[in-house]
Design a binder for this molecule. Structure first.
Ligand SMILES: [Mn+2]
Length: 477
């Protein structure tokens, strides 16, 4: 089946799920950077992409009874061939994307008029497009505000369709995973003391671009792994430090990967680093093993937390019985986030729809520190793809937090914990497909065995060093 047929099939399935109610979809417009002419790279809204396969800016679609579909586009300008090269016709797009009809965007309001009062609509990241949809649908819409994401029936239908990936979608993630593997391995290879973090980050992102893909999210590349979403790569890799790289390719079709690896800058772990790395890896493997149909994701998270808690007790960082420590949430002092999230067209798939998409009915979020950040608590089903990404972090902001340290006074040995400061953070993350046959790690080609990782570090020259002004010394401050 061609990709375009797949999109047509999804529109028919959607129509069926909403009892043939007419559905209006607006795509994203271009996002201006600093001048009208300079734009951010275009990214289509994921639900629009899912249902249309159309990655042109300023598009709209109307899905009517039985999945009959009309696409609306801004036709090319007369001088487009001069400025932008090859041009296209609405008819060519109609054939390519298998729509029943393709009309100029200016016809949208008139075509929607016949469905007044019955249209289902959806918010998208683009505010102008969302405002246009809200006016046509006659209800307030706001992207990222769960209760205003769209008409309830449409949102529920999209969630139920997108939550489980088809084999075609899994194949897209696998394509992106192959590129992600090459990029992670290249990043390991050029890491050595003195190399600026940004050289590693630029090689990682550059490799994705060279493969015709792009980062699915802002790549994290830092020796300060304890800052969970460290966005700047302005530091320098130093002997004795760990480098954490959280980055993944997005395929041209929009499907994401999300992978974290952590490795020693020098290619050798200290005994303490190695112990922590082994514990995180054991926690990750225990959690991956739980990714099976019918298992509640909370149990996957608890499995990772328990393995870490046992090790924390062995190290003397926590005191007490591991099961009780996890129940009280004491492990979160060193593992303060959830074990993972859904993955698909969005790197945190369906998260824009809120907990309605990612938590089971009647399952409110935990109020407990750490567990409150768990991004998914569904019963796993075949076709769901989740990340498994436990970590161990020595976070000064946590160890110095008077409320947290008072709450867990009996559980944590603060003096010992503070002696670990400077280790930073270790996270190991893979993308795992839930199947009837058990967990399938889509990113298994990326080394995580500690010896295999170390064997890669420092095996290649810093490719930027000779290309940059100033002689290209990798010792840039
Ligand atoms: Mn992730």
């Amino acid at each position: 089946m061609s990709i375009a047929d797949l999109h047509a099939r999804r529109r028919a399935a959607l129509s069926h799920l909403v009892d043939d109610a007419p559905v209006l979809l607006l795509g994203n417009g271009p996002f201006t950077r600093n001048l009208p002419l300079t734009k951010h790279p275009f990214r289509q809204d994921s639900s629009f992409l899912y249902l249309t396969g159309c990655d042109r800016p300023q598009a709209a679609a109307l899905i009517e009874e039985g999945g009959r579909s009309t696409l609306f586009l801004v036709p090319p300008d007369e001088d487009d061939p001069l400025w932008h090269g090859a041009t296209w016709t609405l008819e060519e797009v109609r054939e390519e994307l298998r729509f029943d009809e393709v009309l100029p965007l200016t016809a949208l309001e008139e075509r929607c008029a016949r469905h007044r009062g019955r249209l289902l609509g959806l918010a998208v990241p683009d505010r102008a497009a969302t405002a246009r949809a809200a006016a046509l649908v006659g209800q307030p819409l706001a992207f990222g505000v769960p209760e205003q994401m769209g008409s309830a029936a449409l949102v529920d239908a999209l969630i139920s369709l997108r939550r489980r990936l088809s084999p075609e979608e899994v194949a897209e993630i696998q394509r992106a995973a192959a590129v992600t593997a090459a990029a992670h391995h290249a990043a390991m290879a050029i890491t050595r003391p003195g190399v600026p973090e940004r050289h590693v980050a630029a090689l990682f992102d550059g490799l994705l671009h060279a493969a015709g893909m792009q980062p699915a999210y802002g790549t994290i590349c830092t020796v300060r792994g304890e800052v969970l979403h460290m966005e700047q790569s302005t530091g320098t890799c130093r002997e004795g430090q760990l480098l954490l790289l959280d980055g993944g390719a997005e395929a041209p079709t929009g499907y994401a990967t999300d992978v974290t690896r952590t490795w020693p800058v020098s290619g050798r772990f200290t005994p303490r680093q190695r112990a922590a790395y082994d514990a995180v890896l054991a926690a990750q493997r225990a959690a991956i093993d739980r990714v099976r149909p019918g298992v509640r994701y909370r149990a996957v998270h608890d499995a990772a937390s328990l393995v870490l808690a046992r090790w924390l007790v062995d190290e003397g960082l926590l005191r007490g019985e591991p099961g009780g420590l996890v129940e009280r949430g004491a492990h979160a002092l060193f593992f303060p986030h959830g074990t993972g999230h859904l993955l698909g067209l969005d790197v945190h798939d369906l998260e824009a729809f809120g907990d309605r998409a990612t938590y089971g009915p009647g399952r409110p979020r935990s109020a407990q520190f750490g567990t409150a950040f768990l991004r998914i608590d569904l019963d796993l089903e075949p076709g769901m793809c989740v990340t498994i990404e436990p970590g161990f972090y020595v976070v000064p902001a946590i160890l110095g937090d008077p409320t947290l340290t008072a709450r867990f006074r009996g559980d944590v040995d603060l003096e010992r914990a503070r002696a670990w400061q400077g280790l930073g953070g270790i996270r190991i993350e893979d993308d795992v497909l839930c199947t009837e046959a058990g967990p399938q790690v889509l990113t298994a080609a990326i080394d995580k065995d500690p010896d295999a990782v170390c064997a890669r570090v420092g095996t290649a020259a810093d490719p930027w060093a000779g290309l940059l002004p100033g002689g290209g010394s990798p010792q840039t401050p």
